[in-house]
Design a binder for this molecule. Structure first.
Ligand code: FAD
Length: 418
């Protein structure tokens, strides 16, 4: 079965999103045409079907590998291959470019469902879709889209290279430089903390072409790895250990001028706008993580008896479980609200920051409680509950720390009142 519009004759076994995409119209906000949601957790039939198929993939293909990938700090190649074969690496990409041509909410659903099983796999899919593909879809020329998007839908993993050792929250302090050399640019510098970079073949690199202009010199370049990108270090981490996070060195990378995305000096705009959207993806990752921890621990509390009754039915436990369910619901609504607002073309910066901030708080809280609900068993690696807690910490750090989210929310509130 071929993906709608796919250019290759490669025929993987299952292509659920491709099947769905053939039934979708081409409008980017499809659900408004025939579907008016009554609540934030009302989804189109296509979105529901997508959720089911990602859930099946996550449970059947990813699930059995989660512990080994975490222990080995390595993403299994068959999981990466599976993500592509399932059509999950070009969710919003047009069928012409080999994608599923689906909605932003569909991407959010996929990220959430993957995170219920493994937040590492979820972030691989998230960065590839909501950052890399979206930059090309939004800012790429037709030629750039024709060249890069089919590869990114088909089998080439992408990474987004903005952060550096001295440029984290203050991302635009980046020191990587690009100098013009005829019809090429020569990039020198280094990047730090780059997700997917160990396995990636396509890199979006932010470099300053004119430091005298400050952040207005920042420019986004696209390139393949074989121009000389070097992995300097693969980080050993507390959580999302199967997701690669590397430092990269660039020594005289020679990039054709046609590989600038979004225009010279516009990289800061590209990064800001894309990270605003990307934050909804991280909120979805944290939402899935919280639900995954909850779903693992709660059934255990009804099986485990102490003092002659299931431990989950003691009021002290039952109320904690109820409270956690409310908290998960709150981040579900924040996340889907931000996603729908983005799809409808409404402002969503504040809502995305709120969703990302609060989802990371709740994911940490619920996954921590889930360990306690399962007692000693929860503290062992065998159940996988403790992994959710380790994985939850990153939600408050990447794509803008919690303080940066609060700063964004505060600035918007001040703008309304000062
Ligand atoms: C696992 C992982 C994956 C990542 N993936 C990527 C990736 O794919 N691509 C990429 O480009 N980057 C990536 N990053 C980088 C990530 O976005 C940065 O780590 C993050 O933005 C924070 O920067 P920092 O680590 O330098 O912390 P710092 O900016 O040094 O922050 C340290 C502390 O100071 C606080 N702080 C900083 N400034 C302020 C302020 N103005 N007001 C209040 N408090 C402040 C922060 O909230 C934080 O608590 C990744 C990071 C990690 C850990």
């Amino acid at each position: 079965m071929l993906r709608a519009g796919a250019r290759s004759a490669r025929a993987p076994s299952v292509r659920p999103i491709a099947l769905l995409s053939s039934r979708l119209s081409t409008s980017p906000v499809r659900y408004t045409e025939s579907f008016s949601p009554n609540s934030l957790d009302t989804f189109t039939e296509e979105e529901e079907m997508l959720r089911e198929s990602v859930k099946r993939f996550a449970t059947e293909v990813v699930g059995p590998k989660v512990r080994e990938m975490d222990e080995k700090e390595n993403m299994a190649p068959e999981v990466i291959k599976g993500l592509f074969e399932q059509g999950l690496m070009g969710i919003e990409t047009s069928a012409d470019h080999g994608g599923a041509e689906s909605s932003f909410t569909s991407a959010i659903i996929a990220i959430e469902e993957l995170a219920k099983v493994d937040p590492s796999v979820s972030v691989m899919c998230d960065v590839h879709n909501t950052l890399v593909n979206t930059i090309l879809r939004k800012y790429g020329t037709k030629e750039q889209q024709d060249k890069w998007l089919p590869q990114l839908s088909q089998d080439k993993l992408g990474s987004f290279c903005l952060s550096e050792s001295a440029a984290g929250s203050d991302a635009f302090a980046l020191q990587t430089r690009a100098k013009k050399d005829g019809d090429h640019w020569i990039i020198n510098g280094s990047k730090m903390w780059i997700t997917n970079s160990y396995e990636a073949e396509i890199f979006l690199i932010f470099a300053n072409v004119d430091p005298s202009k400050g952040y207005k010199g920042i420019t986004c370049f696209i390139t393949t790895k074989d121009v000389g990108i070097k992995i300097a270090k693969k980080e050993e981490k507390l959580g999302i250990r199967a997701s690669s996070t590397c430092s990269l060195n660039f020594d005289d990378l020679r990039i054709p001028a046609e590989n600038i995305i979004g225009g010279e000096g516009n990289g800061y705009k590209v990064a800001i706008e894309i990270l605003n959207e990307g934050r909804i993806g991280i909120a979805a990752q944290m939402l899935g993580l919280a639900q995954g921890a909850f779903d693992k621990a709660v059934p255990y509390t009804y099986q485990r008896t102490q003092f002659g009754q299931p431990v989950g039915t003691f009021q002290g436990m039952a109320f904690q479980i109820a409270q956690a369910a409310v908290e998960i619901e709150s981040i579900r609504l924040l996340t889907y609200n931000a996603a729908r607002r983005k799809e409808e073309g409404k402002s969503f910066t504040k809502e995305a920051a709120m969703a990302k901030y609060w989802a990371s708080v709740i994911a940490q809280r619920v996954s921590g409680q889930a360990i306690e609900w399962a007692g000693g068993v929860g503290f062992t690696r065998e159940t996988g509950i403790e992994k959710f807690w380790r994985d939850s910490k990153i939600g408050a750090i990447y794509e803008g720390t919690s303080n940066i989210q609060l700063q964004t929310i505060a600035k918007i509130i001040q703008k309304q009142h000062l």
